[in-house]
Structures are given as C-alpha cells and as structure tokens.
Design a protein around this ligand. Structure first.
Ligand SMILES: Nc1nc2c(ncn2[C@@H]2O[C@H](COP(=O)(O)OP(=O)(O)OP(=O)(O)O)[C@@H](O)[C@H]2O)c(=O)[nH]1
Length: 203
C-alpha cells in the first residue's frame, strides 16, 4: 500500500516494512471498540500483524495482472484445442464486510496461435483476488484480462466460492456456494464450444 511515511511511523525490524502509525492506531481503536484491551500482552503486537496481513491480502493493488500474460509461446505443435486450468484455489476479501471469500476458479481459453505458461492463469486470478472484491467483478476481471491480452478465440472463467459474510455473521448460513461465470468469444456464441467446455469443467 502506498502510504505516505512520517517521522513518527513505525519501522518493523522483523520484516523491514514501514507501517504508518495511523494504521496501527486504527487497529488499536477497533480492538478497543470491540471490547478488548489493546495493551494486554496478547494484543500488543496485533496491530502490526494485522497491518502486515492486510498488505498481503491486498497486494494485488500493487501489481498489473496483465503483465503475467506478456510471455507467450507459439511452438505448441499446432495445438488448437481448449486449454483449461481447473479448480484453482484462491482467497479474497469482500468489499462489503472485509470478510474472507474462499473458493476455486476454473479458467479456460481457446488459443489463437499462441499459448501462455499455465501458471500465469493462476497468477492473473490471484492478482485480482488480492484486492477487495465482489465475486462477479473478480470473475469478469479475470476473463477480460485474458481476452484483452491473449486475444484468443474464447475465454471462460467459472468461480465457485464461499463468503465469510454469510457464514460467520449476518444470515449465518454455512455450506452454500456462490457460482459465477463469464464466457467470452466462441464460448458465448457457439453452443458446441460451450458444451465441450462445460463437459471439460465437469458441469
Ligand atoms: N452479489 C454479491 N454479493 C456479495 C458478495 N459478497 C458479499 N455480498 C453481499 O453483499 C450484501 C451487502 O448487503 P447490505 O444489505 O448492504 O449489507 P448487510 O446489511 O450487512 O447485509 P447482510 O449480509 O444481509 O446482513 C450482502 O447481501 C452480502 O451477502 C459478492 O461477491 N457478490
């Protein structure tokens, strides 16, 4: 996170990160407001831990996920069928309650003359997941990024996830999954391609 550094900000020697004192104080206020004592032994380092955790949860703001798709390969023996990376686990946070979203994503594309290293599809997913999200936008962003930067014949992203804001609070309904999909190109317009894709994905 790009916070301005001030003289009184805290330098965390354990990982050489500088955490603005305003952030530490915000966590202390939340702890106190929740009913606990931020000065008791177990909580005294909690603001620093929380700050570091949120830097990690939100590290996607510091990257452009599209850059993972810069390197492509053309010599793949004429392969021109669907490429699918299935059931990629991911972790995100909802923008409404900052509660965790955990789930898995399946990402497919039908290449046009070039493919990308398969790990890069997961990197694109994590680049968007490590931001505050709603599942619909996460699904759409991943699909659009691949569509724009690989210019394939088709892209499909299906995400199935559980939302902490529904399990641990509010309606308190565990065990439900939210499923979202974004189909582009041939997967949207061609019923045969879509049928093949959904069969490969196991739907
Ligand atoms: N569509 C969608 N909704 C989400 C997502 N993550 C959280 N939500 C929902 O966002 C909604 C926010 O609703 P609000 O009525 O503004 O907030 P709230 O009063 O805390 O709602 P409750 O969760 O019903 O207690 C809730 O229904 C959440 O379940 C998401 O990724 N997509």
């Amino acid at each position: 996170m790009n916070f301005m550094l001030h003289d009184h900000d805290t330098f965390d020697e354990s990982d050489t990160q500088i955490i603005p004192d305003t952030v530490l104080e915000a966590v202390r206020i939340l702890l106190r407001w929740s009913g606990d004592d931020p000065d008791r032994e177990g909580l005294v380092d909690t603001p620093k831990r929380v700050a570091r955790a949120w830097q990690e949860y939100c590290s996607g703001y510091q990257e452009n996920p599209a850059l993972h798709l810069d390197r492509t390969f053309e010599d793949v023996g004429g392969y021109d069928e669907i490429v699918l990376l299935k059931d990629i686990p991911f972790h995100s946070h909802c923008e409404h309650h900052l509660a965790p979203i955990t789930g898995k994503a399946s990402i497919a594309y039908l290449p046009r003359n070039r493919v990308v290293g398969i790990s890069k599809l997961a990197r694109v997913l994590h680049g968007y997941a490590r931001r505050l999200q709603v599942q619909e936008r996460l699904t759409a962003d991943v699909a659009q990024c691949i569509w724009d930067h690989l210019q394939p014949h088709g892209v499909a992203v299906v995400i199935e996830a559980q939302h902490g804001c529904m399990t641990g609070r509010g309606v308190r309904t565990p065990g439900v999954s939210m499923v979202t999909s974004r189909l582009l190109g041939c997967f949207l317009t061609d019923a045969g391609s879509r049928k093949e894709l959904l069969a490969l994905m196991g739907y």
